[in-house]
Design a protein around this ligand. Structure first.
Ligand SMILES: CC(=O)[C@@H](O)[C@H](O)COP(=O)(O)O
Ligand SMILES: NCC(=O)COP(=O)(O)O
Length: 248
């Protein structure tokens, strides 16, 4: 199994930047520092209300990543809102489809099959025709994984907030078992597995030890919060160490 890649989500850098008209902190500078520290990729979730990542960030990061061969660009969003325009223009390595409503506070659930299947199928196919891998944001429900594969997805991203909320509490073991079962079902269906949402330096290693085959974690809120204290370089290295410890 290949190692788990770390994709740094830069939403929260843009969120701070957007409170003034000064261009600081810079999203592209943050990307460069994270990639220099060893991050395997960059993630953004350009929401329709542009509360954090704006259209120009998506394009500037695409250009920046041209200078980082081997590192991946992952753009998340709802393909029935604004995501597909970005995918067509930028052709990132990966599109992560997330079923968020307009103006949603943050992502809090995955796709549901069979309800979402027929409308997702042509958009997944279009991405793949453009050379873009498609990952579907999913709750950890083993029974849903074969359907995610049947609709054409390459990967699923397990929505990890329920695990993160349970971490350190009595329900942690039960939650981990749910994620483990979902990952095994996804792998069994021929899908690759990503994970993300509220992962952090405390909960990441245990998750990766218990949940098999995770190809990528995308981490933003906690990582950027850590970087405010530690700096990007030390922070990214700390998260890479969490991943390495899981594999040891
Ligand atoms: C899909 C996912 O879990 C994250 O991208 C999350 O949606 C982050 O978005 P915010 O930074 O807007 O909370
Ligand atoms: N896909 C999840 C992501 O990109 C980051 O989520 P979070 O770490 O900001 O909760």
């Amino acid at each position: 199994m290949k190692h788990t890649a770390l994709s740094v989500n830069l939403n929260k850098v843009a969120l701070v930047r957007n409170t003034r008209h000064l261009g600081i902190p810079s999203v592209t500078r943050a990307a460069t520092l994270c990639l220099t520290a060893g991050a395997h990729g960059i993630t953004v979730h350009p929401r329709p209300d542009e509360r954090h990542i704006r259209a120009h960030d998506v394009y500037e990061l695409a250009e920046l990543l041209q200078d980082w061969p081997g590192r991946e660009y992952n753009i998340e969003g709802n393909p029935f809102h604004n995501l597909m325009d970005f995918i067509r223009a930028v052709r990132p390595h990966q599109a992560t489809f997330v079923p968020d409503a307009q103006g949603q506070f943050t992502s809090d659930h995955g796709w549901t099959f069979p309800d979402d299947a027929e409308r997702l199928r042509p958009l997944i196919h279009e991405c793949q025709t453009l050379g873009v891998r498609v990952s579907l944001f999913m709750d950890p429900v083993p029974e849903q994984m074969a359907a995610a594969r049947a609709v054409g997805a390459d990967r699923i991203e397990l929505y990890t907030e329920p695990y993160a909320a349970a971490y350190g509490h009595a329900s942690e073991t039960e939650q981990l078992e749910r994620y483990r079962a979902a990952a095994l079902a996804a792998l069994d269906a021929g899908l690759e597995v990503n994970a993300g949402h509220d992962l952090n330096r405390d909960n990441l290693t245990d998750f990766l030890r218990q949940v098999p085959g995770v190809r990528e974690v995308s981490i933003g809120h906690a990582l950027i919060s850590d970087a405010l204290e530690l700096g990007y370089d030390a922070t990214v290295r700390a998260y890479l160490d969490c991943i390495a410890r899981a594999a040891a």
